[in-house]
Structure formats: C-alpha cells, structure tokens
Design a protein around this ligand. Structure first.
Ligand code: CP
Length: 310
C-alpha cells in the first residue's frame, strides 16, 4: 500500500467502488478490531455519541444483528427500523423516509432493500453516510468484505487462489460482490450453476463461466455454494430442489475434486441438503461460522472508517 494512501469513502455502496488499497485497508482495520469481540468486556468508546440506524426492508439475521453488535461494541447508539413497522406501509416513499431519518441527525444509515440501487438513490437525496446492507441483486459489500477477510485469515493470502462460486449467480448480490472483490484482490473466480441462473456478461465482472461442476471445483481452494434466491425469481427456474441438489449440491464426493485443504464457505442462510449436505456444512473444512464472526469485525471497521470520513 502506498504511504500517501487515505481511505476516502463517505458511503459504502458496493465493492465495485473500492480500490485494491481500500479493501486492504478495510481488512487491516477489521483485523485490528477483531480482538475486541474476544474480550470479557466487549466494548470500546471509539464511536461514543454516534447514532446508527439500521433500516431493513428485507428479512435478515446475520447482517442486521452483526451491524448492531458492531456498533454497540464501539459504544454507538443503534436503532432498528423494519419495513413492516415503518410508515412505508402507509405509503411513505423511501426517499421521504430517509429524509425524515436524516432530520434526527444520525451519523450512518445502514439500508437493506429489495431494489437494486436503493442505497445509491438515497445518496442523491440525503447527506448522511449510507452503508449498503444488500440491495436487490446488485451488491452486498459487507458480506463480500467478510468473505475476503475469512479467506485471507485462513489461507494467509487471496492472490492466486481458485475461488469457485456455485449456484444462483444471477440473483445473488453476494456473488456479484465476491466476483468483483476476489478478482480485484488477484484470485481466480470460477462460477457454475444451472444455465437459468447464469446471467449474460457475468464474465465481464471477472468470473470464468465453467461448462461443468467438475471444471469449476477441480483444484479449488475455496468452494462457495449460494442459496437459491426464490424470493427474486418470478417463475421457477429449476425443475425441483431435489434435481438441483443432485447436479449442483456440494456433497463429499463433489468436494473431493477441490484441493485437499480447500474450505467451504456460504453466506447464509443455508438450505441443508440443497446447496450443500449437512456433512459439508458442519464438517471440519467448513468456515461458515468463521464468516459470521468476521462479519462483526468487518462491520466495526466500516462504521469506524465511514464515520471518520463523514
Ligand atoms: N448473509 C446474509 O446477508 O444473511 P442475512 O440475510 O441473514 O443478513
């Protein structure tokens, strides 16, 4: 990293906006914060007096709670709004909701929305820092960053690794953030899945589209099956989960094709027996819960850096 480097982002809208140096700096900052979560008193005063709003228009277990824990561990005040309990149900627009939240002077608004581009839209209308917690099929930057952190932590590097992303590539914002992020950091990303899940032009993000699962997984360092995003599919795009599992599910036999020290990742929530077998999900080479733990550290880093720039 150049000595004159400065992190210069007020908003985190996608991995696409981040440079190699930005990603290195975020991961370095997250690594330095990770230790706080292992203390008996898991709190530092870094963001005391700061106000953070979680505005979630879609369900979430990991991301919402992880951002809230991250903020609280840094002594910020956090507030949660979900679509069903907000005035969106009375017809208020997203922009009006955001302007009203801004009037209460928060430091950061974290938003998850089913529409791709919703977080970016808000940056045109309000000056509060925005963090994208997942927008439609576009990006999920904090997930991409925690995945990068987990691979770097476990493998000691990212550059040169083969990362295989399997399944519903087209509807997955995690796939998009990870293809961009891992490619930017020098990994070789291969993708495989049903043709109906493979968007035209995905190779332009940096992924190699493989003709077979064997090609995608052979000698992989990281295998990352994705959840089938039923909520984003208008019509069924696969005949059945059983048929999907028999062709694209990660089983022990399939995982044998990867390198002996390969690891399996999944952004969650997982569908056991569909994208991967329980033996793989809970096996010694699964780092799924390490990803969740690193999510807190990455989100601490993002809040710290974004507030420092706002
Ligand atoms: N990985 C992820 O975004 O999980 P949640 O939907 O539970 O936040």
């Amino acid at each position: 990293m150049k000595t004159e480097y400065k992190f210069d982002h007020k908003h985190i809208l996608g991995i696409a906006q981040l440079s190699y140096d930005d990603i290195e700096y975020i991961l370095h900052t997250a690594e330095s914060f990770k230790e706080i979560s292992s203390r008996s008193i898991k709190k530092v005063p870094t963001l005391r007096g700061k106000t953070i709003i979680n505005l979630f228009f879609e369900p979430s277990t990991r991301t919402r709670l992880s951002f809230e824990i991250a903020a609280k561990r840094m002594s910020a005040d956090t507030f949660n709004i979900s679509a069903s309990t907000s005035s969106a149900v009375k017809g208020e627009t997203l922009v009006d909701t955001a302007k009203n939240l801004q009037a209460m002077n928060p430091d950061v608004i974290i938003i998850r929305h089913s529409s791709s581009g919703a977080p970016t839209l808000l940056t045109d209308h309000i000056y509060t820092s925005i963090i994208n917690a997942g927008d439609g099929t576009h990006e999920h930057p904090s997930q991409g960053l925690l995945d990068l952190m987990t691979v770097k932590e476990k493998k000691g590097k990212i550059e040169g690794l083969k990362v295989s992303i399997i399944g519903d590539i087209g509807h997955s914002r995690v796939a998009h953030s990870n293809i961009i992020g891992f490619s930017k950091m020098g990994a070789h990303v291969s993708v495989s899945g049903p043709a109906t899940f493979m968007p035209v032009g995905i190779d332009k993000l940096g992924a190699k589209v493989c003709d077979s699962m064997q090609e995608a997984i052979s000698d992989a360092d990281v295998v990352m099956p994705l959840r089938i995003q039923k909520e984003r599919q208008k019509d069924p795009l696969i005949p059945s989960f059983r048929e999907y599992a028999s062709h694209f599910g990660i089983t022990e036999n399939m995982f044998e094709l990867a390198k002996p020290d390969a690891m399996v990742m999944h952004p969650g929530p997982i569908n056991r027996g569909v994208e991967l077998t329980p033996e793989i999900a809970d096996g010694a080479r699964s780092v799924i819960l390490d990803q969740v733990a690193n999510g807190v550290a990455v989100r601490m880093a993002l809040l710290y850096l974004v507030i420092g720039n706002s």
